[in-house]
Write a protein that binds this ligand. Structure first.
Ligand code: SF4
Ligand code: SF4
Length: 331
């Protein structure tokens, strides 16, 4: 098989907005998708993804463990030879679903947004920290591989370095830091932190990553490549040209944090939808926007940074990342 679509390695699939929690930073919970992909269409889609050369499906929510079909999709993906991962808050894990996740070779991304009980419960709600610790012990018992996700906000940024030692202690494969994007609930709660606080926090996390020799990935801030950090700190590029972001209604989104659909897979095959996406004028504009930063030493990597943040903060996808210190200095 040949064609441009083979560059996509991963499907990031938001299955539903339903959740057992109501966190102030959630980018999904307050969004509404009226139509839902049916179970039958979803199972077909997994086959189409495999046929197109996609290697991995990352299922997200909401809370995926609340969705009855999640295990069916995981099983279908495994039978199709795809790698699978789940994003979960971990509070609904139990012996039964962990046994199934183990059988299905699932990698778990656990969102844990506080190293200490008080901070964690400010975000996740009272009474949940002890349950989280119980479930982490269960996870260890089943030897399911997992990583910690930590969304940096004004409520918890000072505990990010401590998450490195916790990650090591609990046996996580790595820690992923995600500076909060002003989308969804976060637009109302306004708890994102500014660019200079992100940089200072990541510097402290980098020192901890060195000290504990523990890998930390930082997502959605490719401008951080302007700085030097520990070898254990990995700054991720924007993955959008390698990932297909799918909404619960089957829309192919410009990015999972923004409700701008390029196409849909309710009535179109995944291949047709991706072709439609690639022919969309905005898709080509995104590919060209790095020209706005052509003098920057890291522009090949950063590609003008996060276009979702440019849209959410400035209303214009074409602008360079408004959190980049170089961009800020020029304005
Ligand atoms: S546009 Fe921004 S939020 Fe979306 S994947 Fe890229 S860096 Fe992440
Ligand atoms: S100037 Fe542009 S390419 Fe360079 S780091 Fe900032 S946003 Fe990225």
């Amino acid at each position: 098989m040949s064609g441009r679509w083979l560059i996509y390695n991963k499907l990031l699939w938001i299955l539903d907005t339903r959740c057992n929690l109501n966190c102030p930073h959630c980018y999904v919970h307050s969004r509404e998708w009226e139509k839902k992909l049916t179970r039958e269409r979803s199972l077909e889609l997994i086959e189409e993804a495999k046929e197109m050369g996609i290697k991995e499906i990352d299922f997200s929510g909401g809370e995926v463990l609340l969705i009855p079909e999640t295990m069916d999709y995981l099983q279908k993906a495994k039978e199709s030879g795809l790698s699978v991962s789940l994003n979960s808050n971990g509070l609904l894990l139990n012996e039964k679903n962990l046994r199934r996740l183990k059988e299905l070779d699932v990698f778990l991304y656990l969102s844990i947004d506080g190293a200490k009980k008080e901070t964690y419960e400010k975000i996740r709600g009272l009474g949940h920290f002890d349950l989280l610790l119980t479930n982490l012990s269960l996870l260890q018992k089943f030897e399911i591989p997992f990583a910690f996700l930590f969304t940096l906000s004004s409520i918890n940024y000072f505990e990010a370095p401590e998450m490195v030692s916790l990650g090591k202690e609990w046996g996580a494969k790595f820690l992923c830091l995600i500076p909060l994007i002003p989308a969804g609930e976060a637009r109302k709660s306004r708890i994102w932190i500014d660019s200079s606080l992100i940089v200072d926090t990541v510097k402290e996390v980098s020192e901890a990553a060195d000290k504990f020799n523990f890998p930390v990935h930082v997502a959605d801030c490719p401008f951080l490549k302007l700085f030097s950090f520990s070898n254990n700190l990995i700054i991720e590029p924007c993955p959008s040209f390698e990932i297909i972001d799918l909404s619960p209604s089957g829309d192919i989104l410009i990015c999972d944090v923004v409700d701008f659909p390029f196409s849909e897979v309710r009535t179109k095959s995944l291949l047709e939808a991706i072709k439609e996406m690639e022919n969309h004028p905005l898709y080509n504009l995104l590919k060209e926007r790095k020209k706005a930063c052509e003098k920057c030493s890291v522009s090949d990597f950063c590609q003008a940074g996060c276009y979702a943040r440019a849209y959410l903060c400035l209303g214009d996808f074409a602008q360079p990342d408004p959190f980049c210190p170089q961009v800020l200095n020029q304005s």
